[in-house]
Design a binder for this molecule. Structure first.
Ligand SMILES: C[S@@+](CC[C@H](N)C(=O)[O-])C[C@H]1O[C@@H](n2cnc3c(N)ncnc32)[C@H](O)[C@@H]1O
Length: 319
């Protein structure tokens, strides 16, 4: 792939996308705080229940807005993001696919896909024992626990059998993987996919060039610390790594405009959450919980159009 890291969906990359990726390539950005002070398990165990304020189905990601839909209906946009991931797995006529969710949270995407594909077999991995327990309970309630399993595990080094999945995806979880190219995660995804299977990754990437100034860079570092992220992926190294691993048909989509309407819900959701948690909440507001309040507020300050963080969906096929 060389200097042309990825193709846009349905054809060549646009000049603007080339420019964006080119900038990230020639102007590397500094990595975030190397040693986050709260661990991933602690963060997601303490702040996990608070995601109910964002999504009643525990969709722990941003929404996908489609023209003509209602931008005030957050849950529908969150569900649409699940549908967009599923569509990009390109399962075709396969009604009984085996699918793997790398970083499944409380399993909302798994259950969403299970509703669309009633014969699919789904497995979700998370590093957080509390999420495994909660996700299993939610699967029981949804009546899909026979087909939707959730396991504790590290998506960079699983014990799962090679070439055993028709599709693998990471929805807003790849950010937690190591390195700017997320190489260990991508290598594991490649190992687990059967030939012809597709990987879909949707997440924030450093894709828009330099930080505007030192303050914005500090905002980025604080954001990473709050969300227990070492550093976000950089688009060019990420797509080059995909190619080096042998993935083909690599596509890149900039979804910033599609997620913006759900990002716009942050102030209202944050305010409502704070009023409820501070006035009526029974659980102590721990540092992890405060971090989960602060991070979404900081996010727009370091994101496109004023910062380098851009929401991207990348797909690749194991040939
Ligand atoms: C923001 S949540 C997204 C959850 C889910 N994909 C969703 O959209 O609702 C990130 C998830 O990635 C998981 N995660 C982070 N690092 C991981 C790792 N090394 N192995 C497995 N899961 C991991 C976390 O445990 C968490 O469940």
């Amino acid at each position: 792939m060389g200097a042309e890291p990825a193709q846009n969906k349905g054809g060549e990359m646009t000049a603007a996308e080339n420019q964006v990726i080119g900038k990230a390539m020639v102007q590397p950005v500094a990595s975030a705080h190397p040693t986050p002070r709260i661990g991933l398990e602690q963060y997601y165990s303490e702040a996990g229940p608070d995601y109910a304020a964002w999504s009643r189905e525990f969709n722990m990601h941003f929404g996908y807005y489609r023209a003509g839909s209602n931008p005030l209906h957050r849950e529908a946009m969150l569900e649409q993001m699940n549908a967009e991931v599923l569509a990009r797995l390109q399962l075709g006529a396969n009604q009984e696919p085996r699918l793997l969710d790398l970083g499944c949270g409380l399993g909302a995407t798994l259950r969403s896909i299970a509703r669309c594909l009633p014969r699919a077999l789904l497995l979700g991995l998370t590093r957080v024992p509390w999420q495994v327990e909660r996700a299993r309970a939610l699967n029981e309630t949804a009546g899909c626990s026979e087909r939707v399993r959730v396991m504790e595990g590290d998506y960079e080094d699983t014990t799962l059998q090679s070439a055993s999945y028709d599709g693998v995806y990471a929805l807003e979880s790849s950010c937690h993987a190591h390195g700017v190219d997320k190489g260990a995660l991508l290598a594991e995804a490649h190992r687990l996919l059967r030939p012809g299977g597709r990987l879909v990754v949707a997440d924030g990437f450093l894709a828009g060039g330099r930080f505007a100034n030192a303050l914005q860079q500090r905002v980025y570092r604080k954001l990473c610390e709050c969300w227990v992220i070492e550093e976000l992926a950089q688009l060019h190294p990420f797509t080059v790594r995909l190619e080096q691993l042998g993935f083909t048909d690599i596509t890149f989509e900039n979804l910033q405009m599609h997620v913006a309407p759900s990002v716009a819900h942050i102030p209202w959701v944050t305010l409502r959450f704070l009023l409820t948690a501070l006035m009526f909440g029974k659980r102590r507001m721990t540092r992890a919980r405060w971090n989960n309040v602060l991070a979404p507020v900081l996010l727009p300050l370091a994101s496109a159009p004023i910062g380098p963080i851009t929401y991207c969906m990348i797909t690749a096929k194991k040939s």
